[in-house]
Design a protein around this ligand. Structure first.
Ligand code: CA
Length: 617
């Protein structure tokens, strides 16, 4: 854990004292993320999951569909380090890693609190509210010649959430709306695994209820939008871009790798074309690397804050900014005098460009405006420009957008040797160029993800020296550095959404079945079944039908909503309706609004033998 130790030495040397335990940990206690070598449907995967749940008492928290990635809670008393060491020895396991903690990349909290009226008064009295953040010439991008495109690219702001009631966002048609979802009906109308995800998703409390209990996400979203429109005028506009708020950072600006990964897959699968990531951490995660590689394969732009440690990412990487995927844009913060901000991370080989990031004025919750500093504020300017480029050229991919932004940025002497382009974002030229530029192919890339050693808790440090820039090695290392998962894009294309995949479902059911069955080493055969089931959930009795059954669980159909992970007690009837068994179960998956997989929890032997006799026929 050399990197981690270095990091903490640094923190304490500066005189900070961790205020609570959570601050002192860089991963979630008692949780691991495991990638299997074999596909989710295979016998080896079944065997591993069964063993994990029975022998190791691990609890399945989430399954990342067809990328064979699983998020577990460990059994009581198991340490993450120990579990990873042991799991890494399992031949079925490609890698196991902690669920690392990530933090927002703002240097300051929100300063000042102006109402729209106050902003107006100050502007009309000649005060230059943007003086502190000049040269934020986003006015240039407003007047950049436009193709009059009607496309409204979606920018996913993966952050602390968004104050949807802020007048800038509540009007102006700014916030993305999921076209397939009917609000507040308690149903996953579009079958994407998220119920009532009308305006994005809150991965912190796992709901469609969007708010911003920190302020960071609202500020960042306002910056993205300010590239396209004057958000300070109070005048209404028809937004050229859409903001998709995805909340994975909590009220303290902290989140987990597991939720960041879910947010990235959500964003890409729901059609976001630009992903803004004003957050990070010092730990390399192979699973996050894979998620970002997936986003690359879909042609999106991925913008990341370089970090605020005032240090070189060439020496001490900051993730996700330092993932060397060809579309990742790592953004440093510049001051109003075009200096590199004192807090900003830099790195000639790992940070791409500068962008204004000190005392930036933007939206804050409560229908106000305020200032904040950080690479968190620098990244969304780049995301805004990328979105307007997408608007001009909807098929242009993230790799080309990054190349153009780098090439069109303005050379700044203070950035010489500090960032790859040695330049600061130009707000207009990339948009003009996108309008007429011929499309180029993105290079093939494989995340080359990780040998088991690389992915262990100590592995992140080892990747420091292998980071490089794609302009130097465009076709070099990308395909060749890894454990050989086969051709990169082909593999990545196999990657699909989270949860709600029947394949995973079957795995979860079967694994759980093993855990609960006396015949725990054998797979349970599943039988088509047609009978009635009464489900008792928290005192409510619901009636549904059983469509299949095994010794491990049932698939039931009901119009009522069952909560995933919830415990239910069931009275299952035989097909002729003459016999019933009573059994407890856990809802392990749901699908298409009304089909649920329920895994038995400690089913009594009498019930199991009853199922055997029913299914013999
Ligand atoms: Ca949904």
């Amino acid at each position: 854990m050399a990197c981690k130790n270095l990091f903490f030495v640094g923190v304490f040397a500066l005189g900070f004292v961790a205020t609570d335990l959570a601050q002192a940990q860089d991963y979630v206690p008692g949780e691991v993320i495991v990638k299997l070598r074999e596909s989710s449907g295979s016998e080896q995967a079944f065997a591993f999951l069964g063993k994990a749940m029975t022998d190791r008492q691990m609890q399945l928290e989430g399954a990342f569909g067809r990328i064979d990635l699983y998020h577990f809670k460990l059994g009581k008393g198991q340490s993450v380090q120990q579990a990873i060491a042991e799991l890494s020895q399992d031949p079925a396991v490609e890698y196991a890693e902690p669920n690392y903690i990530l933090r927002k990349s703002s240097q300051t909290g929100i300063e000042n609190s102006f109402s729209l009226e106050e902003i107006g008064q100050r502007l009309s009295s000649g005060e230059d509210l943007f003086a502190t953040s000049a040269p934020v010439d986003f006015y240039e991008s407003w007047s950049a010649p436009s193709a009059q495109s009607s496309s409204r690219p979606i920018v996913a702001v993966i952050d602390t959430g968004l104050d949807l009631s802020h007048s800038v966002f509540a009007h102006n048609n700014v916030v993305w709306r999921n076209p397939g979802e009917i609000p507040d009906n308690g149903i996953d109308d579009d079958g994407n695994g998220y119920i009532d995800d009308v305006y994005g998703w809150n991965f912190v409390n796992n709901s469609g209820h969007m708010f911003d209990d920190d302020g960071h996400g609202t500020h960042v979203s306002g910056i993205v939008l300010s590239v396209a429109h004057d958000i300070f005028s109070g005048e209404s506009f028809d937004s050229k871009i859409q903001i998709m708020p995805l909340k994975f950072l909590d009220g303290n600006g902290m989140g987990t790798t597991g939720n960041a990964i879910k947010a990235i897959y959500y964003a890409v699968n729901q059609g976001a074309q630009v992903l803004n990531n004003s957050w990070g951490g010092p730990n390399y995660s192979a699973a996050l690397h894979e998620a970002i590689s997936f986003s690359y394969s879909k042609g999106v732009s991925f913008v990341a804050a370089a970090g605020n440690a005032g240090s070189s990412n060439d020496q001490a990487p900051m993730y996700p900014a330092s993932y060397n995927v060809p579309h990742v844009m790592s953004v440093a913060a510049t001051t109003n005098s075009d200096f590199l901000a004192s807090f900003s991370n830099y790195g000639f080989n790992s940070v791409h460009l500068g962008s204004p990031g000190t005392s930036i004025l933007s939206t804050v919750p409560g229908d106000k405006f305020g200032n904040s500093s950080g690479t968190s504020m620098a990244a969304p300017f780049v995301a805004g420009v990328a979105a307007l480029m997408k608007r001009e050229s909807p098929l242009m991919e993230g790799f080309q957008i990054k190349s153009i932004i780098n090439e069109e940025s303005d050379p700044i002497s203070f950035l010489s040797g500090k960032v790859f382009s040695e330049s600061r974002l130009n707000f207009a030229n990339p948009i003009v160029r996108a309008k007429s530029e011929a499309l180029v192919d993105s290079p093939v890339y494989s995340s080359g993800v990780p040998t088991r050693q690389l992915a262990s808790t100590t592995g992140g440090c080892g990747t420091v020296s292998t980071m490089y820039m794609d302009r130097h090695h465009q076709s070099g290392r990308g395909g060749g550095m890894g454990a050989g998962r086969g051709s990169g894009l082909g593999y990545v294309i196999l990657v699909l959404a989270l949860m709600a995949l029947p394949l995973v479902v079957a795995v979860a059911l079967r694994a759980r079945a093993k855990a609960d069955s006396p015949e725990s080493r054998r797979r349970h055969e599943r039988f088509k079944f047609d009978s009635e089931v009464k489900v008792n959930v928290g005192g409510r009795e619901l009636v549904g039908s059983v469509s299949s059954i095994s010794l491990g669980g049932v698939q039931i159909n009901t119009e009522a909503m069952l909560e995933q992970g919830g415990i239910v007690s069931m009275s299952i009837s035989s097909p002729d309706g003459k016999e019933q068994i009573q059994v407890e179960g856990r809802v392990v998956w749901s699908e298409a609004k009304k089909a649920y997989g329920v895994a038995f929890e400690q089913a009594p032997d009498s019930a199991l033998s009853q199922i055997r006799s029913w299914t013999k026929a």
